[in-house]
Design a protein around this ligand. Structure first.
Ligand SMILES: NC(=O)c1ccc[n+]([C@@H]2O[C@H](COP(=O)([O-])OP(=O)(O)OC[C@H]3O[C@@H](n4cnc5c(N)ncnc54)[C@H](O)[C@@H]3O)[C@@H](O)[C@H]2O)c1
Length: 346
């Protein structure tokens, strides 16, 4: 079979998409797009991509002429929905960066177009594609934890606002702050390990004390939260607590951690100290801590996985449905924070 032909839109995180696809022997990145002309030229030369376009829209208009099979959307969040829908309507499968969209309404539109066109839409929940994450998922799926009834998932930064003053801190372009930027990864990772139970209630709070003060002093645009916390209740009676910050007064520079507690065992996955992937269980009256020493075959990147699934006609992980569920949770967390009360999900 001939190689899948790929176009990549947005050349910040999009560079990682180019690298990921270029690692697969059955994929060719043949076109790139960015509104920043200097970046377009530099990335084209660095990665040897010949066709370049000054906007995502222009690349999509040329999709059939270029015979594209896949388009990656790695632009600011505001453009995920429009560019993904246009790409699918042009007959291309889409790998869209996280968050899927600005909100669940946009996500559902994207899901509908995916169903109507038969084009795949995968979300780049990149943390699932780490060796340790995949190994831990195998343990959870093998029943090592029993029934998981509590999860805590955290990505906290002491100070670390991406491109302060840029699009990440402007709600109209990003949809929100660290919750939609960092929390989205952690919530997906927890839900994936838990088997994506159905959320029923959400209680959320958001704060902006530290970032607002800096924004005021430095005269920067900033109208999103700098810390979000949430408690989510599921139909199987499990509970998830999530925390995400770009600025918080904590000891660590950054902390990425997930804990799962189950009837048979527990799990700690700490992305800050790469070694901390551990299982905890009791046997014959003793407590065991089993430290992961991952020696299995390395996990493929999201891009390699997507190509493999398309070529072998297999379902991919990180589906648009899961992307929509995460967006529904994020919407509910923001709504709960604004109203100051819990929000019930359908
Ligand atoms: N999965 C991950 O681990 C991960 C990591 C970083 C960022 N991201 C996501 O990737 C996306 C981009 O983030 P980033 O950090 O690369 O931002 P960025 O600002 O560094 O890069 C975005 C690029 O998109 C370009 N762009 C904007 N509108 C465009 C359009 N209409 N057509 C073509 N290009 C356009 C900009 O010029 C810029 O070069 C975001 O959705 C972010 O959440 C994901």
């Amino acid at each position: 079979m001939s190689k899948l032909r790929v176009g990549v839109i947005g050349l910040g995180m999009g560079r990682n998409h180019i690298k990921g696809f270029q690692r697969h022997e059955k994929a060719d990145v043949v076109a790139i797009a960015d509104v920043d002309e200097a970046k377009l030229k530099q990335v084209g030369e660095e990665y040897g991509v010949k066709k370049s376009f000054r906007s995502g829209e222009e690349l999509i208009e040329n999709a059939s002429k270029l015979d594209l099979d896949i388009i990656s959307v790695a632009t600011p969040n505001k453009f995920h929905c429009g560019l993904s829908i246009a790409s699918m309507q042009a007959g291309c499968h889409v790998l869209c960066e996280k968050p899927l969209a600005m909100n669940a309404g946009e996500g559902r539109e994207m899901e509908k177009v995916s169903q109507e066109t038969g084009c795949r839409l995968m979300v780049n929940f990149s943390f699932r594609f780490k060796d340790a994450a995949q190994a831990l998922k195998r343990q959870v799926d093998a029943g090592r934890l029993g029934d998981i009834y509590y999860a805590r998932t955290v990505w906290l930064r002491r100070r670390g606002m991406p491109g302060f003053g840029g699009w990440f801190g402007q709600k109209a372009l990003s949809g929100g702050g660290p919750l939609i930027d960092l929390g989205v990864h952690r919530i997906d990772l927890a839900l994936w390990l838990m088997g994506y139970p159905d959320p029923t209630y959400v209680l959320g709070s958001t704060y902006d004390h530290i970032a607002q003060e800096v924004a005021r002093k430095e005269k920067k645009d900033f109208d999103v939260e700098d810390l979000a916390v949430a408690m989510v209740k599921f139909d199987n009676n499990a509970t998830l607590v999530a925390e995400a910050s770009w600025a918080s007064n904590i000891e660590e520079k950054g902390l990425q951690e997930i804990r799962l507690m189950g009837t048979e065992g527990g799990l700690l996955y700490n992305n800050t100290h790469k070694k901390d992937a551990e299982l905890y269980y009791e046997s014959e009256g003793d407590h065991y801590n089993a430290c992961l020493n991952a020696v299995g075959s390395p996990a493929p990147s999201a891009m390699e996985h997507f190509v493999d699934c398309i070529l072998n006609d297999k379902p991919h992980i990180a589906s648009v449905r899961e992307g929509v569920v995460v967006m529904e949770l994020l919407d509910a967390i923001y709504e709960s924070a604004e109203k100051g009360e819990p929000v019930k999900l359908q």
